[in-house]
Design a protein around this ligand. Structure first.
Ligand code: NAD
Ligand code: UDP
Length: 307
């Protein structure tokens, strides 16, 4: 197949490019390099089945492809809050342009949605049926509401124009090729520990997240994209749930050194708990994560040591 990946030079996108090329597909990677890097895909440039296009998804684009994965959007809170208007435009206009293209050429289109559509959840763990609790005027809204609107567009193109859609709700994912300074918790803690600096805990550190290793997530992407008759949304994430204090202690014990903990204010609207209910992914896709946090952190630390 010929496959378009928007945001293909980012953390998740570059792993997806690699996986789809390895399976014998042609891949077109479209990216504006806001948070993506050429070095993430430099090793793919010699591959005759790989094409790199510098383009912004807020402008229309046209390619003849069989499948489209829409990943373009900064994912780290400091990055998506840096230019919040652009973040909403990227989610909403990027979705419109992917869906318009999919409609014209009859391609199947996949949306990288997020657990952020559940906001600060009142139901725990979160099943796909939970409608969420998002503050529409807060500092995370550019991302959360942008992604919610993208899901709305996907379903309206599906109902109105029969576009063949797939929606994954991705929970926190980590691994090699995350930017060392992107501000997400796993990269922050590991880089701080490696530099011998104190780890920055926001709030009292009792808020929870569930961390999925990148290889597991990419397997879930490919299974969902190629499943017959399953629009989603489907939660993809690792149900292991940890407080930020537990994560910090785990990383400190692995890296060693003299770092302590420094407490900072909790950013606005930071969700207090998050854990995916992956019953649907288990039953419909036969998917579940295989890499436990300890093993994934070891691999991530090895990568960040070389950064
Ligand atoms: P990332 O920031 O590494 O990758 C995003 C990519 O999109 C980058 O290469 C960036 O340059 C590109 N991009 C941003 N705006 C663009 C635009 N206007 N036009 C073209 N390209 C643009 O983030 P990631 O972690 O790889 O996330 C990929 C996708 O998965 C995002 O849509 C994100 O919302 C979603 N997601 C990720 C996670 C996670 O934990 N990694 C969790 C939930 C959802
Ligand atoms: N966090 C933290 N210290 C950091 C970075 C993040 O305590 O240096 C916390 C953050 O407040 C949040 C959790 O870690 O509660 C996960 O943050 P991240 O930015 O990785 O992802 P998201 O909040 O989008 O899930």
């Amino acid at each position: 197949m010929r496959i378009l990946i928007t945001g293909g030079a980012g953390f998740l996108g570059s792993h997806l490019c690699e996986r789809l090329l390895n399976e014998g597909n042609e891949v077109i990677c479209l990216d504006n390099f806001y948070t993506g890097r050429k070095q993430n895909i430099a090793h793919l440039l010699e591959n005759p089945y790989f094409e790199l296009v510098r383009h912004d998804v807020t402008d229309p684009f046209k390619f003849e492809v069989d499948q489209i994965y829409n990943l373009a959007c900064p994912a780290s809170p400091p990055h998506y809050q840096h230019n919040p208007i652009k973040t909403t435009k990227t989610s909403v206009m990027g979705a419109i342009h992917c869906l318009g293209l999919a409609k014209r050429i009859g391609a199947r289109v996949f949306q990288a949605s997020t657990s952020e559509v559940y906001g600060d959840p009142e139901i725990h763990p979160q099943p796909e049926s939970y409608k969420g609790s998002v503050n529409p005027i807060g500092i995370r809204a550019c991302y959360d509401e942008g992604k919610r609107c993208a899901e709305t567009l996907f379903f309206d193109y599906h109902r109105q124009n029969r576009v063949d859609i797939r929606i994954a709700r991705i929970f926190n994912t980590y691994g090699p090729r995350m930017l060392p300074d992107d501000g997400r918790v796993v990269s922050n803690f590991i880089m701080q520990a490696l530099r011998g600096e104190d780890l920055t805990i926001y709030g009292d550190g009792t808020q929870t997240r569930s961390f999925c290793y990148v290889d597991d997530l990419i397997e879930g992407f490919v299974r969902l994209m190629n499943a017959p008759d399953l629009t989603g949304p489907v939660n993809l994430g690792n149900p292991g749930e940890f407080t930020m204090l537990e994560l910090a202690k785990k990383i400190l014990s692995k890296v060693g050194g003299s770092s302590g903990l420094t407490f900072r204010d909790l950013p606005g609207d930071d969700p207090l708990q998050r854990q995916p209910d992956i019953t649907l992914a288990r039953t419909a896709l036969g998917w579940e994560p295989k890499v436990a946090l300890d093993e994934g952190l070891d691999r991530a630390i090895e990568y960040f040591r070389k950064c």
